[in-house]
Design a protein around this ligand. Structure first.
Ligand code: ADQ
Length: 497
């Protein structure tokens, strides 16, 4: 997947993420087996780990009573990129289930998830959860060190440790300190998949300084877009008093200079094109489809989206019986009350709108609560007239990118994105729609449904070209090059307050 020169110059890579790229399960005889995940991130990063002689550190999705129980190999029929990740290349993090629950469901999902999406009212701040977060991060750091010590030492290649996401914001400092004490060389990089909030929001977290210091344990910290980088730099200056350089995105901390970089994630573009070329047609041709695909999460703006669609039918009755909204929502974090409430609200709203507008041969909303296969997803993306990606806040949003990759029909459909998603910042030719402004959001949908063919073609061509160039492999390469290149003298001198 990667240009050989990039792999060759990068040294071995240790990826540290909350979850391994597969989950462990037991069959009916109690034997462990792997269930592979095939997300874009795994597809892009697994080959770098495998080809570069690296390792993957993460939670395997279950608690193992006996920690010496051997890790299973992948199934011989597994053709996903993780198949090459032999068990000796995996370090499965284990910890007390109660600590894991308080770290994961408590601190990660009930505190950082809402807070970093600028929804502080939904965030809970509990000292116990924060304590568990520290214990869990220490455990991940210990496992990363174990992985680091196991790598063969070469004089030319310095191993890279790539830490992912809001679950592991404290791990870097522990890894750095221990590696320095043991005189093991390594470079540390971090990537945050969700937004980094402004200082006003960040400071609400009582232990924000520790988070910032944890992230500054890295040599490079990556975010999807420049806005998040600037928020981070600002927080480092205002909370920790660091000297910063906003122009070059540098932060001085503990006698080191940390690079901050916008690295917008991409998708496996060609894979989606191929899927959409092969997938059979599943949607009927006599109605236009407006498509929404999301995890069922309160950040995704689903309730606002349904209201905007209802408004469209109210203000533009010409779309009745001609247009349907197909909303596919994957169940997510179903044991958390906020998510159960959202499910309830969606069920009621879909019922109410359908009850209000349905005709004998047409319903306005088709609502799938569940996962769909990649083939089916590609067919939905390809055959929809409008892709509606309207989160209230979102780090990037891969659905917007998958939609444009699958738009192979001529003339193509139209993408609508929220300005509060990273995708809204980078996909300039999409129609931009503020999900909070329901009237305007409904007018933007109307505009998409009535857009002339030549404008649709022009916009979609630009969108597709950008995603093709900036695919997920490009993202991995950008991360490696941001890690690899040394600070120039100019950058060192530029750090000022
Ligand atoms: P998520 O919040 O999970 O990711 P997103 O980027 O949209 O959000 O990715 C969702 C993925 O799940 C997509 O690849 C999509 O195809 C898939 N998916 C969604 N609904 C599905 C369904 N019903 N059936 C099958 N597949 C479905 C986090 C951040 C994002 C950031 C990514 C990557 O919140 O902002 O873009 O990480 O960095």
């Amino acid at each position: 997947y990667l240009m050989p020169d990039v792999v060759a110059s990068s040294g071995s890579m240790i990826v540290v993420s909350n979850r391994l790229p597969f989950v462990l399960q037991r069959d009916k005889d109690g034997k462990l087996f792997r269930k592979a995940s095939a997300g874009g991130l795994v597809t892009a990063v697994a080959p770098v780990v495998i080809n570069g002689g690296g390792l993957w550190v993460g939670w395997p999705g279950m608690h193992l009573e006996d920690s010496s129980e051997p890790m299973p190999e992948s199934d011989p029929t597994d053709i996903t990129p993780t198949a090459g990740l032999k068990s000796e290349k995996v370090v499965a993090v284990q910890m007390d289930p109660a600590i894991f629950d308080s770290y994961y469901n408590g601190c990660c999902n009930a505190t950082f998830w809402p807070l970093f999406h600028s929804m502080p009212d939904r965030a809970s701040f509990k000292r116990d959860h924060w304590k568990s977060y520290g214990i869990a991060n220490k455990e991940f750091a210990e496992c990363a060190l174990k992985a680091l010590r196991s790598l063969p030492k070469t004089s030319t290649e310095v191993p890279l440790i790539w830490i992912h996401d809001y679950h592991l914001m404290l791990a870097a400092n522990w890894i750095r300190q221990a590696a320095e004490e043991e005189d093991i060389k390594c470079k540390l990089g971090f990537f945050l998949h969700i937004p980094f909030p402004s200082w006003d929001i960040c400071r609400l977290f009582p232990w924000a300084d520790e988070i910032l210091q944890g992230m500054l344990g890295c040599d490079m910290v990556g975010f999807h877009i420049t806005d998040y980088c600037l928020n981070f730099v600002d927080c480092c200056q205002r909370s920790l008093g660091c000297r910063v350089d906003r122009k070059n995105l540098l932060v001085e901390h503990g006698g080191r200079t940390v690079r901050v970089r916008p690295l917008p994630i991409g998708i496996p573009y060609e894979r989606f094109v191929e899927l959409s070329e092969k997938a059979p047609r599943v949607l009927s041709t006599n109605q236009k489809i407006i498509l929404g695909v999301d995890r069922l999460d309160y950040t995704k703006g689903l309730v606002h989206r349904l209201r905007a669609f209802e408004k469209l039918l109210e203000n533009h009755p010409e779309h009745i019986e001609k247009v349907s909204l197909l909303q596919i929502s994957v169940p997510s974090r179903t044991d958390v009350k906020e998510y159960q409430d959202l499910k309830e609200e969606m069920d009621q709203l879909v019922g109410r709108i359908n009850g209000r507008f349905t005709k004998p041969n047409w319903s306005p909303i088709r609502y799938i609560y569940g996962c769909v296969s990649q083939d089916e997803l590609a067919a939905f993306y390809r055959d929809s007239a409008v892709g509606l990606v309207t989160p209230l806040r979102d780090g990037m949003n891969l659905v917007a990118k998958e939609f444009v990759a699958c738009q192979i029909n001529v003339p193509p459909g139209v993408l609508i994105v929220s300005p509060f998603a990273g995708a809204g910042e980078t996909m300039h030719e999409a129609l931009i729609s503020n999900p909070y402004e329901i009237d305007d959001a409904s007018e933007v949908i109307h505009r998409a449904l009535t857009m002339p063919e030549d404008e649709r073609i022009l916009r979609m061509n630009y969108l597709r070209r950008r995603e093709k160039l900036n695919d997920v492999n490009y993202w991995t390469k950008s991360f490696l090059s941001a890690m690899g290149s040394l600070l120039t003298q100019g950058e060192q001198d530029d750090v000022g307050s």
